[in-house]
Design a protein around this ligand. Structure first.
Ligand SMILES: C[S@@+](CC[C@H](N)C(=O)[O-])C[C@H]1O[C@@H](n2cnc3c(N)ncnc32)[C@H](O)[C@@H]1O
Length: 167
């Protein structure tokens, strides 16, 4: 019986070690474009929902020492790597877990790099987590379900678009 439980836990752990969703980081050349919006909309406290290797929050934390950045990441390997990477940075941290296990209302900005299919499938759940006045910065993909909340789109040659929404 114990062997079975152990085998099941081991399987679960191995599954978690494999990335839950494809990990593709933001292009480095777009980090300044993201920072531009953090400054423009005076976002003081931003969460990267699915923060990957913490590239975005590390960059923003270094650029804005007076603002605070949190990464929420499910993949244990990426979480551990991010923890190490943010070790000496005081205004950024990463938390391990499913984004839905966390309260999103504490942040005035949310950064997302999620595929449209994901928004389509989860929009009701997402809408229950956000609060009025929050900014959403969506990298690469438009959130059609939030079209009425769209305030700006940034397009640059040979770069991916960035969509800004205000809830
Ligand atoms: C496309 S990557 C974006 C990484 C980072 N935000 C960036 O822009 O460089 C998506 C990340 O979300 C993570 N992820 C997917 N589903 C998640 C969930 N339910 N909770 C937390 N993280 C999740 C994946 O492990 C992956 O690292």
């Amino acid at each position: 019986m114990y062997y079975l439980i152990f085998a099941l836990l081991a399987l679960l752990f191995i599954k978690m070690l494999i990335l839950i969703a494809p990990f593709v980081p933001v292009h480095s050349k777009d980090l300044d474009r993201i920072a531009f919006f953090v400054e423009k909309y005076q976002i003081k406290n931003l969460a990267d929902l699915g923060s990957g290797n913490a590239r975005v929050i590390k960059f923003l934390a270094n650029k804005f020492p007076d603002k605070y950045f949190t990464g929420l990441e499910l993949a244990p390997t990426l979480f551990l790597y991010s923890k190490f990477r943010l070790n000496k940075i005081n205004n950024a941290k990463v938390k391990w877990g499913n984004v839905y296990f966390f309260d999103w209302t504490n942040y005035d900005g949310l950064f997302m790099f999620w595929r449209p299919q994901y928004f389509r499938r989860n929009i009701e759940k997402i809408l229950m987590k956000v609060r009025q006045g929050q900014y959403i910065i969506s990298y690469a993909f438009e959130i059609i379900e939030l079209k009425s909340k769209e305030i700006e789109v940034s397009k640059a040659e040979k770069s991916l678009p960035i969509f800004i929404y205000r809830i």
